[in-house]
Design a protein around this ligand. Sequence first.
Ligand SMILES: Cc1cc2nc3c(=O)[nH]c(=O)nc-3n(C[C@H](O)[C@H](O)[C@H](O)COP(=O)(O)OP(=O)(O)OC[C@H]3O[C@@H](n4cnc5c(N)ncnc54)[C@H](O)[C@@H]3O)c2cc1C
Length: 424
Amino acid sequence: MNGEEHTASYYAATRNNQTTYPQLEGEHETDICIIGGGFTGVACALTLAERGHSVTIVEQNRISWGASGRNGGQLIHGLSGTKHLSKHLSWDKIRQLNYRGNEIIKDRVEKYGIDCDLKSGYIEVALKKSHMEGIKQDYDEHVEQGLGEHLRLVDEGEVGELLGTDAYMGGLMNDLNGHLHPLNLCTGEAAAAAKLGATIFEQTEVTGITHGTQASIQTTTGNIVANKVLIAGNAYHRLEPGKLSGLVFPAGSYIIATEPLSDEIVNKINPQDLAVCDLSNVLDYYRLSADNRMLYGGRCNYSGKVPSSIKESMRPRMLDVYPDLADARIDYEWGGNIGIVIKRVPLLGRVSDNVFYSMGYSGHGIAPTHIAAEIMADAMEGNTEVLDAYEKIKHWRIPGSQWFGNQIVALGMLYFRAIDLSPL
Ligand SMILES: Cc1cc2nc3c(=O)[nH]c(=O)nc-3n(C[C@H](O)[C@H](O)[C@H](O)COP(=O)(O)OP(=O)(O)OC[C@H]3O[C@@H](n4cnc5c(N)ncnc54)[C@H](O)[C@@H]3O)c2cc1C
């Protein structure tokens, strides 16, 4: 996977620019070395650069090459698995974190003038009664926290008008969430970090870490000496197998993008330009792009295998919800790996005193990576309150599954599919 360019996605075709950061050559010294140039790594580097640290990002391909440059672009608040976290951290603190990712992103888009099509407006939609109950509970919790003005429960009739489909029983609108062009956000944040002095190496794969009061990071083209290290390779790395293998399972998620749709169809299927996510465990998500394409994403199959044709797998799912799109040409199809953790709690921790890791957002990551990145930046500066809480959560490990993850994911998906198919 070393030295690859971006996958042929709608995002790569519409990126603001092609990053061309140099490859590492020889020896390099830095205070903090971040391995992986996705949202986790880049957002953390920007926070640290803003706070005056000398920081270096090492990316084996291009900035935002992984899930961060390929995802659905749905900006959704929160961190999964807060019930587990609440055993070690107060609910007050957890609530403070809940919308922190959205805030960081909105502030940065404004502060650094990042052109990434950021729009507010999101609706989660219910396919069955238990989803409606979950939605009502979520709404009540937001009202309790004084956020009720940003949310609205909608019934079957209204969701039909908002989304031009009779697929859903109801939904919950939230104007604090929204959607964006993830590749342009990530490269924009990287550019901001570089402007503040961060060093970025692309096409440089980290092959190993030697631990010590100063860590030595080996790469394919040179070595880096750093006081602290953050491993931010999510589903794409195999570093530190003794401590980290078998905890995060790579699972594919896939997206198709139609040709730009006519104003007539846009006004029928999504006049308010909302990001849409259903509430199944193995969910479908979709939205319109800035040039009015339907970007429809989800799982392709339950085998865990890469599908032979993403388009042939995803198109029927889109047509189930929107038969009117039968004639729309599919211009792009792509996929990427999400990092799934069995307990669905992100994995934040330390391999040793000065080597940290943050990964495994289980499918939901634009906002959570930004929350995690700030938690890791705080921890590297000595404020470990939240990191300590994450480290107390016990995770299940399945040896070898990082390499044979698909079979494990297939079993997990079948289990979740069985729950999704239950009519209640
Ligand atoms: C198809 C798809 C749709 C999704 N949709 C959404 C969505 O709509 N909303 C949402 O919130 N989340 C979504 N997600 C999840 C979200 O994209 C991820 O959780 C998030 O981007 C993870 O960011 P990351 O930086 O941790 O990992 P990544 O973005 O995967 O970045 C990891 C980087 O580390 C690099 N790397 C790995 N190993 C090494 C090494 N040894 N040396 C150097 N570099 C290395 C990789 O090349 C990669 O660029 C989706 C994911 C996918 C795949």
